[in-house]
Every structure is written in C-alpha cells, then in structure tokens.
Design a protein around this ligand. Sequence first.
Ligand SMILES: Nc1ncnc2c1ncn2[C@@H]1O[C@H](COP(=O)(O)OP(=O)(O)O)[C@@H](O)[C@H]1O
Ligand SMILES: [Mg+2]
Length: 376
Amino acid sequence: MSSLPTSRKTRVAVLFGGRSGEHDVSLMSARSVINALDPERYEVIQVGITLDGEWCNGENTHDAFVSGNIQNLNRVVLPQEPSHSALYVLRGTECGEALEKLSDIDVFFPALHGPFGEDGAIQGLLELADVAYVGAGVAGSSVGMDKGIFKDVMRANGIPIVDSVLVLRTEFEKDTNAVIAKIEAMGDYPFFAKPANLGSSVGISKCKSRADLYEGLMEAARYDRRLVVEKGVNPAREIEVSVLGNEDPQTSVCGEILPSREFYSYESKYEDGTSGLIIPAQLPEGMSEQIREYAARAYKAIDCAGMARADFFVDVEMNKVYLNELNTLPGFTSISMYPKLWQASGLTYPQLVDRLIELALERKAQRDHTERRRMS
Ligand SMILES: Nc1ncnc2c1ncn2[C@@H]1O[C@H](COP(=O)(O)OP(=O)(O)O)[C@@H](O)[C@H]1O
Ligand SMILES: [Mg+2]
C-alpha cells in the first residue's frame, strides 16, 4: 500500500512551534524528529510556525525559532487546493506578493502540540490540500483533544472513565450555585477542574474544597468556554501506553509517571525536572494487558491514526483502571514517554519515525482509493 518514492529521497516537511501554549514543547519534539530522519533517505524541509500563526522557512529554521531570530526567514504557504502537495515561498515583488515554489512535499509531519496543531485544525488544512500527513485525521484529533466529548465516546464504548460533568462558562457565570451543586452531586472531594480543550495541564486545578472548586472553575474558564470537572482518583497511579498504527494499532509496554508534585501539573511536567518515568510499570497480574486492550479500543473508537499515547489512572485502593485521555500528538523528544515505551518494546526512535511516515503514506493511499462522489 505504501508508496514511498524510490528514485529520490522522501521529502518530509516537519512543522513545529505553532500558536498554542505548547509552542516551546513542540520545538523540542521537532528537534528530535529532525535529528532522527535519516539524511540518506529523507530530505527535511523545516517549517516553523510563529505564535501568531505565520509559517516560516529559511536557513536553519529550527535554530532560528529556538533563538528567536526569525527576521531573515521567508514566509511560506501551503495552498489549500489539492494537486499542489508543495510549499511555496511568499515573495514581495514590485507588483505585490508572489508565490515561488519552495519544494514538493511527500509527507507533512506536524510536530505540534495543543490547540491548532493537535485538535484537528491543521489536519483540516492538510485534508483540504489533500496531502499525506503523520498522525490522526480531523475527527480523531478533535475528539482526542476535547476532554468532554472524548469521555462520552469512551462511555459509549464501555471503556472505564471517571465520573465527570461538562459545564459551560456562561452557565457557571449565570448560576454558580447550581453548577457547584451539580458537581458535588458526583460525590466527595477532590475534583479536578479543567478547560475542555487544552494540554500540558494548563488551567487544571485539584479542588479539595468548595472554595477550591470555585477558584478552579474560574481558572479553567480563563482558557475555554467549556469546562470539565472530574471526580479525582485519589490516590492515583498514572500509567501510560503508546499506540502505533492505523486500522490495526499495536500497543507498547506500559510505563508509569511519578509526578514531582501532588499531581502532574505544568510545573511538574516541564519545570521541576524531577518527575520520574518507570518502564515497564510494575502492575498487578493482568492489569497491563487490560490497559493495552483499552488503549487499542479507545484508539479505534475515535478513528485515531499514526500514533497516540493513552494515559490511565489506577485507583490504588480499589485496584481499578480508568482511561484519562488519548494524546494524538504526544511529547516526542527522544526522552519522552511515547518513544521510550516503544524503545522498551523493541522499536528505536528512528524506526518509529520511519514507521509514522509509512503510516501517513498508507493512510493517504487509502484516501486516494475512496470515491468522494457518485461517479456516473
Ligand atoms: N480525575 C483525576 N484524578 C486524579 N488525577 C487527575 C485527574 N485528572 C487530572 N489529574 C492530574 O492532572 C494531570 C493533568 O490532567 P490531564 O487531564 O491529563 O490534562 P492534560 O491534557 O493537560 O495532560 C494528570 O496527569 C493527573 O496528574
Ligand atoms: Mg495528560
């Protein structure tokens, strides 16, 4: 099925940065991806996306983004019309702006995290342009991103998920007491208040009292018009598994996160540097298989493709497993959990990147074999 060109190197456009709060995390993921692409087989076109959403390319684009010196880079454009599969440089001429072809592209690799990169937005553009790209499509990305809708899809598929309530910001502003009563009806504190569509724990609070809950809802409401409040798993072990594939996804061994703080907050993820990873996770008999089975089922339920990291909570007292979320563009540096779990399962980082590119081409070939309208 896969159609890697043999006569020349495969041209891979690695996209990084982006408009989300995870811009810097994306730069780190992209560095590892770029380093892993075998120069004998791939030609890499680096595309940095600024916090304002401008696409840029030039000499050492990635270094320029890391240092912040992007003034010498060119603006680049991906035409939304099918049939190009190329990037163009936007050049200022005497008669206005003109497009000049930068390169044909075989595969786009969005090494982007969070809103616009992981939520189906850029995937929509890549679909319109009819190009091959790494990772999930529009529906898989957006359902994976939206903590409210994701949970409903999991419940419909019989995958265990913590109890939760979806609250609109407007509802909270209009009748705070009713919203708090609805949340408290789920049971005892703690609860976790979250923006529905974000990542990296931004805007998430652990709420141990009504006062905390009010503060937590206010905080989450800064970042989204839809808020999710969940029953806290307390104490929770955090177990993660990597999933790879399109229609027949494979799962890795399980790993465990040991957060440096009371929960795996932004500071604990990126600032403390003391959160630990244990691979493989030491789990009771049969739990690892159960987790892997849920992960593959959840992946298929949202029509994920390419990759995802499935994150679970284990209720230590009840010995019960809950799926927390599927990250469709998980942290992807060579020391991130996603590739490390594959490494422990026998797939090196460069092999993983090769496989993702193959999967992107396979998915594109499947799209090409699908009729979009009735032919007379
Ligand atoms: N229901 C919950 N029970 C226990 N801990 C939770 C719960 N929800 C979130 N957490 C803690 O908060 C962290 C971030 O929450 P998560 O939903 O994974 O958001 P993000 O998408 O930003 O990673 C989790 O890794 C965990 O430490
Ligand atoms: Mg998470």
